[in-house]
Structure formats: C-alpha cells, structure tokens
Design a protein around this ligand. Structure first.
Ligand code: ADP
Length: 160
C-alpha cells in the first residue's frame, strides 16, 4: 500500500488541483490531501471551509482522504506512513521554490520522496489566486473549479 501526501492551501480547490490528484491516484494507492492551516497566509476561506470544499469535490475519487494540518510535512508523512509528497509543476517559475522545498524535506527525512506532476496544459495557467481574483470581479470561472466551489465563490462575492 503506497500512500502519498498532496499538501496545499486549497483556497479554494480548483480543477488544476483535481487534475494532479487524479494523476497521483494512478501512481499511489492512497492520497491524503493535506489542507494547510495557512497561518502565514491571509486566506479567503477558513480552514474548515477549505477542507469541506476539498472533501466534497473529491468524493468521486476513490482512495482519497482529506485532513487538516499545520505542522511539518515530514511528521505527517511519518504518522500516516506516506512515502512521498506530490506537487504540481506548472511553470519553470514554480520550480525554484519547489526544488528548495523538496531538498529541505529530504534533509529532514532522506527516505521521503517528492514527486512532481504536470497538469493538463488546460490548467497550467491556473492557480487559486487568479481564480479568486476573477471570481471577485464577476468573471466566469465555472470551467476552472468544481460547481460547488463556483457557487461558494459567487456567494462569497455576492454575485448572481
Ligand atoms: P495554489 O495557491 O498555487 O493554487 P496550493 O498552495 O493550493 O496552490 O497548491 C497545492 C499544490 O497544487 C501545489 O503543488 C501546486 O503546485 C499544485 N497546483 C495548484 N494549482 C495547480 C494547477 N493548475 N496545475 C498543477 N498543479 C497545481
């Protein structure tokens, strides 16, 4: 049984996250989506809301579990017996930070691997920040996030 962690802020979960998650399910038996408390970031949705949106959006994907976390990723990995962390790579610009993170996690636990996955080109421009911004301005984000998330964003920004 191979378990991986898929950590992030998920503020909110997008089709880009789901694309990576589906790919990860082809490689691992179980993927734990670890929703970060995000104390260093100002988030639009609370931790409980972000977790709930992830849970609802991943209901149809077998092998996925969702949890909140606010500690060291390598400690969560040890607790959950996870062998790897999955991260999405969109642009070269993601790479520098991701490499730093991966090497630090390896320093903390040499047996914990980082696996990078590339999303469909369709989602390679997508991040949660841009989704929040477009939703705030009333733009159509219905193809970029699950329907429940689109609805929640509309409510949050009071749009019809
Ligand atoms: P962001 O705020 O950048 O959307 P998160 O902090 O929630 O992302 O990221 C969690 C993980 O999901 C990261 O590994 C990030 O690279 C990945 N990710 C986010 N959006 C996409 C996307 N559109 N395509 C591929 N990976 C993505």
């Amino acid at each position: 049984m191979r378990t991986a962690l898929f950590p992030g802020t998920f503020d909110p979960i997008t089709e880009g996250h789901l694309d990576i998650l589906r790919r990860a399910m082809h490689v691992f038996d179980k993927v734990i989506v670890a929703v970060a408390a995000g104390i260093h970031k100002e988030t639009l949705f609370s931790l409980a809301e972000r977790r709930e949106l992830v849970e609802q959006s991943t209901q149809g994907i077998e092998g996925v579990t969702v949890m909140e976390f606010d500690g060291l990723l390598v400690e969560l990995a040890e607790r959950e017996n996870a062998v790897a962390v999955v991260r999405g790579l969109r642009f070269v610009s993601d790479f520098e930070y991701e490499l730093q993170l991966a090497l630090m996690n390896r320093q903390l636990n040499p047996r914990f691997e980082t696996v990078f996955m590339m999303p469909s080109a369709r989602y390679s421009f997508l991040n949660a920040t841009i989704v929040r911004e477009v939703a705030r301005l009333g733009g159509d984000i219905s193809t970029l996030v699950p329907p429940l998330v689109a609805e929640r964003l509309r409510q949050r920004f009071n749009r019809k």
